[in-house]
Design a protein around this ligand. Sequence first.
Ligand code: S3P
Length: 169
Amino acid sequence: MAEKRNIFLVGPMGAGKSTIGRHLADELHLEFYDSDQEIERRTGADIAWVFDLEGEEGFRVREENVIEDLTEKQGIVLATGGGSIISKKNRNRLSARGIVVYLQTTIEKQVARTQRDKRRPLLQNGEPEQVLRSLADERNPMYEEVADYVVQTDDQSARAVANQIIEKI
Ligand code: S3P
């Protein structure tokens, strides 16, 4: 990376966006942000609360605002929420402002990584595997549309994935 650019990580829940993003930011001496954490910081409530009080619709408005603001920055690694790419506005914003890396994983890994997770409201909507499959059917084309690079995160450590991203970009 010749100049200070941004790296935006997209992909489904349990792909490892936050863990890999932290490694990436460390290695490249960039600042790390996580859109969910930023929503929590701004609202003073956790994501589950935001969903409870404002519904998914309210959460998506907050997510768009956070992505709009964070993508104004330069020299950051941003781990985005798994559903952020359903917004065309977010997809355009991410594409325009940085390098977008799609972290791919399998449903099996997602299930394993998000097991017993009560912080992800959408996983409380039904049997997690079914929920994740139906989200993947709907969203995978959008991750692909927005991605400059696609990296498989299974069977490698977060650090190894971060290094692979560094080699690609
Ligand atoms: C969501 C993913 C979550 C979080 C929220 C909704 C989604 O982020 O934004 O629970 O719609 O897939 P992670 O991808 O970091 O789990």
